[in-house]
Design a binder for this molecule. Structure first.
Ligand code: PLP
Ligand code: TYF
Length: 400
């Protein structure tokens, strides 16, 4: 009876890791998935995470179910990190926060909520965007369309195109925005551009919907990386925000994140929260506790909180160093005079190289460098020692 089931295609990002594992070449390099590696290219568990976990063991915490909305101390901490602990919106009780299964699961809850309460409303996503956004809204049965974002000519933001497309969308659409460190391009709007984006969204009665997967990981500062969201919130707008602790605390496999809905009144927030819980209950009943306790312990303890900031800055700093070294290597080796400075202007974990599919194939087939076919490379998977090799591969692939 399962005869009719067809083979699903491999995920374009996670499929890269599978292919990497199968390659036996000693020079192979995995720049596909966005996961932080040390200079030795090993996965990293943050010291603050280890300390929080030993605290949890000492306290002998139990494994009882959490409530549907998750761990209260986590939900409080996560909304405070996002908006700033002294934000009046929090004192006013205008935010509905529930713990989600990391960024992905939180986006999926939002998708289900939009499908139920805004039937027919469209989600606008950037072109390009993180590949899973389309899957999430397809499975939520929420219609989506793209707005212009990346301009291949300038390897920068197509700001006019973005504004025009947001303006042209039907009133009351949801506009999905990357809070910081846009994936895959690494190109973010400037503060002035964010203000203009907020202007058109307000004008058109759209609802801003932020995906915050890299808070603190892009610039090294939690506050700076949340400034886009805070700018919208400070205007009194209603805002959706999905959060993830995969990257900034290195909790990838713990699946810890949240969905926050900033509402017009505490009353609305209470009702929205009740409906988010109603959506979560038949999906997974209640979320896992381990990652939530780690976050709550780290944020709730001033010493651990400061140590986290130092470790996060170090991760962001290592990525900036390889970014610089890659730029230097390309600039020295490339005799055509091509301007590679776009690499330095991009921020976050990724660089969007401008390599097309065929050139990306050459990177993998000839150089054993694994990356997604859109030309994105994860700098978090690169070491200083491998920058020269990567530069040789990029130049060969561009000009061969
Ligand atoms: N959103 C964006 C833009 C991402 O880049 C990622 C991870 O790479 C996520 C969401 C979600 O990741 P997770 O589900 O691990 O939190
Ligand atoms: O590299 C990226 O853009 C992400 C990484 O459950 C990722 O796709 C991998 C697994 C997952 C969520 C995000």
């Amino acid at each position: 009876r399962f005869e009719g089931v067809t083979m699903a295609p491999a995920d374009p990002i996670l499929g890269v890791s599978e292919a990497f594992k199968a390659d036996t070449d000693p020079m192979k390099l995995n720049l596909g998935v966005g996961a932080y590696r040390t200079e030795e290219l090993q996965p990293k568990v943050l010291d603050v995470v280890k300390k929080a976990e030993s605290l949890m063991l000492e306290r002998g915490e139990n494994k009882e179910y959490l409530p549907i909305e998750g761990l209260a101390a986590f939900n409080k901490a996560t909304a405070e990190l996002l908006l700033g602990a002294d934000n009046p919106i929090l004192q006013q009780g205008r935010v509905a926060t529930i713990q989600g299964l990391s960024g992905t699961g939180s986006l999926r809850l939002a998708g289900a909520f939009i499908e139920r309460y805004f039937p027919g409303a469209k989600v606008l996503i950037s072109s390009p965007t993180w590949g899973n956004h389309k899957n999430i809204f397809n499975d939520s049965r929420v219609p989506w369309s793209e707005y212009r974002y990346y301009d291949p000519k300038t390897v920068g933001l197509d700001f006019d195109g973005m504004i025009a497309d947001i303006k042209a969308a039907p009133e009351g659409s949801f506009v999905l925005l990357h809070g910081c460190a846009h994936n895959p391009t690494g190109i973010d709007p400037t503060p002035e551009q964010w203000e203009k984006i907020a202007d058109v969204i307000e004008e058109k009665n759209h609802i801003p919907f932020f995906d915050v997967a890299y808070q603190g990981f892009a610039s090294g500062s939690l506050d700076q990386d949340a400034s886009s969201v805070r700018l919208f919130a400070a205007r009194g707008m209603e805002v959706f925000v999905a959060q993830s602790y995969s990257k900034n605390l290195g909790l990838y496999a713990e699946r810890i994140g949240a969905i926050n809905v900033i509402c017009s009144s505490p009353d609305v927030a209470t009702r929205v929260k009740s409906q988010l819980k109603r959506i979560a209950r038949p999906m997974y009943s209640n979320p896992p506790v381990h990652g939530a306790r780690i976050v709550a312990n780290v944020v709730g303890d001033p010493t651990l909180f400061n140590e986290w900031k130092v470790e996060m800055e170090a991760m962001a700093g290592r990525i900036k160093n390889v970014r610089q070294k890659l730029y230097d290597s390309l600039s020295v080796k490339d005799k055509t005079g091509k301007d590679w400075s776009f690499i330095l202007k991009q921020i976050g974990m990724f660089s969007f190289t401008g390599l097309n599919k065929e050139q990306s194939d050459n990177m993998t087939d000839k150089w054993h460098i694994f990356m997604t076919k859109d030309g994105r490379i994860s700098l978090a998977g690169l070491s200083l020692a491998k920058c020269e090799y990567l530069a040789d591969a990029i130049l060969d692939s561009f000009y061969h």
